[in-house]
Design a protein around this ligand. Sequence first.
Ligand SMILES: Nc1ncnc2c1ncn2[C@@H]1O[C@H](COP(=O)(O)OP(=O)(O)OP(=O)(O)O)[C@@H](O)[C@H]1O
Ligand SMILES: [Mg+2]
Length: 509
Amino acid sequence: MTTTEMPGADAGFRAVNITKHFAGVPALSGISFALRPGEVVGLVGHNGAGKSTLLKTLAGAHRYDGGELYLDGEAVNFSNPSEALAHGVATVYQELSLLPNLTVLENMWLGHELIGARGLRKADMAEQAQALLDEFGLDLDLEKKLETYSVATRQLLEIAIATSKNTRYLLLDEPTTSLEGEQIGHLLTYIKRLVQKKNVGILLVDHKLDELYDVADRIVALVDGKVILDADAKGINHEDVVRAIVGNDAAEVAIQEQATRVAKDFTDAEVALEVKCLRGPNLNGVHLTTHVGEVVGLYGLVGAGRTEFLRTLIGVEPLEEGELRVFGKEYRPKNPTDAMKHGFAYLTEERKIDGIVPRMSSPQNVALPVLKNFSRKGFLQSGRLKGMTSDFVKKLRVKGDVSGPIEELSGGNQQKVLIARTLAQNPKILLLDEPTKGVDIGVKAEIHALLRTMAQEGISLIVVSSEEEEILEVSDSVVVFAGGQSTCDPLPVDQLSIAKLREMAWSNK
Ligand SMILES: Nc1ncnc2c1ncn2[C@@H]1O[C@H](COP(=O)(O)OP(=O)(O)OP(=O)(O)O)[C@@H](O)[C@H]1O
Ligand SMILES: [Mg+2]
């Protein structure tokens, strides 16, 4: 055996045969791999494959129950994340962990404030914090509360903070899922810089292979808690990675996703929603019409107003002007409960903030908005409720212990539970904001098929997505948003292409 083959002998962060169980169920079953300084390893795998668990185990947030970890040749077993951090291992988790009600500056120094003889060295802290923001290209006000910024910005800040410490190994769990367009490019560039300039080793979890191929030197794929592939990124193509992760059959579906569809004609179909000249604080004129059985895709750049539009429809954002009709009847959005009575259901983009109730089970999360439909004379008909919710959880093939707290499910499976929740409301008009965010390639194809089926069953769907492929795959027609406006009448999907979508979104900027 040469020295480089000896476990833990060389520079790097090396896992040897690591196992981790939750209540006797294996989440990691003998993981061996290494992360070397100055390289980016892309970690992929289906929802529930064990990616987050692996990161948490490497970062000291979970104790492993078998195997060994070596940091530059030395055996380590971190008892908590601060210990890992002290060894130069920093992590940014799938869930945000900064505190929204503290200021940007307070968040940046939380737990390691600079203290001098005369108390907090606020000026020094502000100076160093500003330098880090500049380096990262983040234009934030240090004194503002974090809650005033978007989730995307908070995510970028969290990564900036993680890299500010003496970080040699950086573990990132799906950092791009809450980012869009330019922000993603920005982050990927920053990752490359960290590797080149500071020789940091980065483990990056991401479901979007294009992004991974942009930065990763190696691709490691997990299936059911085992490493199924560990290859040089240059030596393996996308299709082979997809096949490794999802198995052959599902891979064919995912690979064929782009097959062109012939657009159906909806001119004679019943109109579900009609919106004319809608205006709000950030909306300057939205027009669109949707039909029963139709999927309308909303495409646009970050901040184009798509999410605000959906939130205005359900009465969360104020409507200033505009004419709205739901199945021919005038509609004035008041609040989400009233919107639900009018047949709307809404899937939020930000499951991390206003999506799940973490300690409740999956069926309880599904049931929340419809509880009162299942009570008679003040009593909850729990049998009927259970049947309904578990049907939906099954239909979406939620994997993991669905009777336990939802926070213990993998990120992608939590998203499936939220989709189940909107279906349980039996909507006539379904509003979905980035429905497959954080969902693996195989499940994504399943969700697309499910949305198409729902349309065929007579629901009218509006789907916001920033992924052109997704828009083209699920929509019958597409409306492009720019600067708070809809820029066109719904265009049939067969007249569109990725290039055309981008051109429309940019030319109206
Ligand atoms: N705290 C926990 N308690 C119990 N089980 C857990 C816990 N965390 C994760 N699991 C289980 O471990 C398995 C692996 O989950 P993990 O979150 O690591 O998946 P993942 O690969 O990150 O998936 P995703 O792509 O959906 O984020 C799943 O079956 C999950 O339900
Ligand atoms: Mg995960």
